[in-house]
Design a protein around this ligand. Structure first.
Ligand SMILES: [Cu+2]
Length: 154
């Protein structure tokens, strides 16, 4: 009940979004503007599964287009261990400092640790990440062509 009420209030506030901000806090204007590409913590979350299908190791989906501000969660589903290893020399300029702090215990440049446990996840926010193509692979299955690509749009 409380949650529904809160959503209702948020919807009402959003509906008035075009006008002057109702709360005169005197602080920064947090009203969302379509012209402002920096919209932290408001993005969608996308799921990428890491699977063994027959004899093929895959990221599903292998190619995904997201918006800056979205989050991607990779799931270890089958055929692991897997990891997510971005090609550090091909990600857009400025991406590395965004990605690096979000990859705990890396086993190489922009390469996550191996995910061994079923349903282990790696979650990366692309808030403030530069637009462009982010190609990545799975280190244990590199030779088997387990590759993925994210395209981040502004
Ligand atoms: Cu793999």
């Amino acid at each position: 009940m409380m949650k529904m009420a809160a959503v209702g209030v948020a919807a009402v506030l959003l509906a008035c979004g075009g006008e002057r901000a109702p709360e005169a806090g005197g602080g920064a204007d947090t009203t969302q503007s379509a012209a402002n590409p920096v919209t932290p913590a408001a993005g969608a979350t996308h799921d990428v599964q890491m699977v063994l299908e027959g004899t093929a190791y895959r990221f599903v989906p292998a190619e995904l287009t997201i918006k800056a501000g979205d989050r991607v969660v990779w799931h270890n589903v089958s055929g692991g261990p897997h990891n997510v290893a971005f090609w550090a020399d091909s990600v857009p300029a400025g991406a590395r400092p965004v990605l690096e702090p979000q990859i705990p215990n890396p086993i190489g440049p922009l390469s996550s640790e191996l995910m061994v446990e079923p349903n282990a996840t790696l979650s990366i926010s692309f808030a403030n990440a530069p637009a462009g193509e982010y190609r990545y692979t799975c280190t244990p299955h590199l030779a088997m062509g387990m590759n993925g690509k994210l395209t981040v749009t502004p």
